[in-house]
Design a protein around this ligand. Structure first.
Ligand code: SF4
Length: 292
């Protein structure tokens, strides 16, 4: 059994220093959310485009931004327009040909059709998310969103692999459901770099989008002991961060994520890089080691 590695009493102050000194401007330009902020003045466009962007959030950030730009171009410059034009007859061709990793244009066309159908019943995807949240907790909100995006009985058959793009914590607890969790963070948090378009979901309810970078550093800082990126790990990391900021537990997510993406954290013990790291005293790799 590995020895427990828990955050120290000084950890909140160390994390705050990491946050305060982080070069947001550098990493914001690299982050997919930078594609959405120009749309924030048109909430419907940002909300619908954000679903496509989050669904494409697989792989490196530059590739994700490039895939989103190509898909938007294919939609005539505005994915909300593709949503408006999606029909049961044309969805298979609407955004084809398109490919990003294993995600295909026919799946994106079906997503446009699903969004059009949902917008016929809901004024905003926030209302769909709230149905789940009010029935249970954040996981139920993600579940409602995922089920709505997948569609079901009575809907046109979805393309192969489509439903698997939207895992839910209730149906696939081994998945961190990172993409929809990230999407909801973009929509809810009213502070930079997020858009704050959904005003009825408290930021305190958000969960951390546990990508591989956030998981690595969270594990090494003792925010979770779990060795897999499961939904249980999402809850554990979020709870640890909620103890530091109960009203905004995902406040640190962007910084933890881009500390890994940027290479600020080498994910190994390297004094030249780790020397100035604000959380070095808390890092598992430096436990019991002299500072220099
Ligand atoms: S001490 Fe080094 S390895 Fe640990 S979190 Fe900081 S930069 Fe990463």
């Amino acid at each position: 059994m590995p020895r427990a590695h828990r955050p120290s009493a000084e950890f909140p102050a160390h994390l705050e220093t990491l946050y305060r000194e982080f070069p947001f401007a550098r990493s914001f330009a690299d982050d997919p959310v930078s594609c959405l902020r120009p749309l924030a003045t048109d909430p419907r466009s940002a909300e619908a485009s954000g679903v496509f962007l989050a669904t494409l959030a697989v792989g490196q950030t530059a590739a994700i931004r490039g895939a989103f730009a190509r898909l938007t171009e294919r939609a005539g410059g505005d994915l909300a327009t593709a949503v408006r034009h999606a029909t049961a007859a044309n969805h298979g061709r609407l955004l084809s040909p398109f490919q990003h990793r294993w995600i295909r244009g026919d799946q994106m066309g079906y997503l446009a059709l699903r969004l059009r159908t949902l917008y016929a019943s809901y004024p905003s995807l926030e209302a769909l998310f709230l149905e789940g949240l009010d029935a249970g907790d954040f996981a139920h909100g993600i579940d409602a969103l995922a089920r709505g995006l997948r569609g079901g009985a009575g809907d046109p058959p979805s393309p192969p692999g489509y439903a698997a793009l939207f895992p839910t914590p209730l149906g696939a607890p081994r998945s961190p459901c990172k993409r929809l969790t990230l999407y909801v963070r973009w929509m809810v948090r009213p502070r930079f770099p997020d858009l704050g378009l959904w005003s009825h979901v408290p930021a305190g309810e958000l969960r951390v989008p546990l990508d591989q970078h956030v998981y690595w550093i969270a594990y090494h800082l003792g925010l979770t002991r779990r060795r897999t990126r499961s939904w249980a790990a999402v809850e554990e990391v979020t709870e640890a961060l909620r103890r530091i900021d109960p009203l905004d537990p995902t406040r640190y997510d962007f910084v933890l994520c881009h500390t890994g993406i940027s290479g600020d954290c080498p994910k190994r013990r390297d004094l030249a890089v780790c020397g100035p790291c604000s959380v070095r005293a808390d890092c598992r790799l430096w436990r019991g080691r002299a500072a220099a």
